[in-house]
Design a protein around this ligand. Structure first.
Ligand SMILES: Nc1ncnc2c1ncn2[C@@H]1O[C@H](COP(=O)(O)OP(=O)(O)OP(=O)(O)O)[C@@H](O)[C@H]1O
Length: 350
């Protein structure tokens, strides 16, 4: 792992410089990106769909060696943005430049610059883990010996050697995702674009993924663009985050910078044994400010309100209905919710 503390500004960036205008070396520059999916007429039982402006004037600068997150609710436009960044989709207008290459004009150059892990992996499903990694290396121009050497090193690094001879389609979801990630790393590219790379993985596999990403960034200054819903995981790995909502960047900063926006608040989490005792007036009074998720209530309150809320639920009648409670400083998830992200739509989808 690199020795740079997590979430410290990257070399060449300043805290509070959300667009990274002082980046020493900018790898990826996006300006005024617009993509609209056209309306479709109804036909043979398939209902009509309206026009959708999936990206609405997006601008980003990502520096060399940054781990840069794209965060946002379902339908915010993250995958649409990623498809344009990787040359797989042409924007209606705007520019995408990666390492000085204009990828709107020359989308075919993207595959030489970017290792892309999309959400689907069907293309590799028939191959064994080893062959998927080796074939990716060959397609990226490695000689046979080099492709085999990189294949073996990456499978070893990710703990996949024991599965090398198994076809991807016969692996579990998490194992298959890890094998696809391994293939993405062979024939190293200066930029990695990873769309929810750890979905379905256990904690050991997740750590292997983040360690592999961090190693490449530390040793080769690889730049990583990461799409995620997993706000808690993102907080520990990302240098900067752009929050997308309805096709626009609504915030862009370091996780620490974003958290300063809600620094005056305290997060109170209450877990009820069965259900909240709404017949207790103090509990009923808290409900309008709670984000509810089953038995779990999360409230973001001013410090004195938080103290009063805890006193109300830990003393008196409500206490017997309470299973657990915590008080904490705000997390990136709180920032996300305060920016208008949706609490219940797959925020932590891992
Ligand atoms: N092929 C398409 N045709 C029409 N509309 C589309 C198409 N693909 C996406 N959309 C719409 O564009 C918007 C952005 O979708 P996109 O897949 O980019 O969002 P996302 O942020 O990646 O979502 P998720 O987190 O669910 O993966 C959504 O409203 C979606 O319904």
């Amino acid at each position: 792992m690199s020795e740079r503390p997590r979430n410290a500004p990257r070399p060449g960036t300043r805290a509070g410089d959300p667009l990274g205008s002082s980046l020493v070396s900018t790898v990826c520059v996006v300006r005024d990106l617009v993509k609209t999916y056209p309306a479709a007429r109804a036909r043979r039982g398939i209902p009509a769909t309206p026009e959708v402006r999936a990206n609405d004037g997006i601008g980003l600068d990502v520096g060399r060696g940054e781990i840069f997150g794209l965060l946002g609710p379902n339908g915010a436009g993250k995958s649409t943005l990623v498809r344009q960044l990787t040359g797989l989709m042409r924007p209606d207008s705007g520019t995408v430049e990666v390492l000085g290459h204009d990828l709107v004009r020359h989308p075919e150059r993207a595959s030489r610059l970017i290792g892309y892990l999309g959400q689907e992996s069907t293309a590799l499903d028939e191959l064994t883990v080893a062959l998927a990694a080796e074939t990716t290396g060959r397609l990226r121009g490695l000689g046979a010996r080099q492709a085999r050497a990189e294949r073996d090193a990456v499978l070893e690094e990710l703990g996949l050697t024991g599965l090398a001879g198994r076809p991807l389609k016969k692996l579990s979801g998490g194992q298959r995702r890890l094998a696809c990630f391994a293939a993405t790393l062979v024939g190293e590219r200066p930029v990695l674009v990873l769309d929810e790379p750890t979905t379905g993985m256990d904690p050991v596999a997740r750590r292997a993924v983040w360690a592999a990403v961090d190693r490449r960034r530390a040793e080769h200054e690889v730049t990583v663009l990461l799409v995620t819903h997993n706000v808690i995981e993102a907080e520990t790995v990302l240098d900067r985050v752009a929050v997308l909502e309805r096709g626009k960047v609504i915030a862009c900063d370091t996780p620490a910078g974003l958290k300063e926006r809600v620094a005056g608040e305290v997060r109170v989490e209450l877990v009820w044994r069965e259900r909240a005792p709404l017949d207790v007036p103090e509990v009923a009074a808290l409900r309008p400010s709670a984000q509810e998720s089953g038995r779990r209530w999360v409230l973001r309150l001013a410090p004195d309100e938080a103290r009063a809320a805890v006193a109300a639920v830990t003393g008196g009648e409500a206490f017997s209905a309470l299973d657990d409670f915590t008080l904490a400083t705000p997390s990136l998830e709180d920032v996300y919710l305060s920016l208008g992200g949706h609490a219940t739509k797959g925020l932590v989808k891992a």
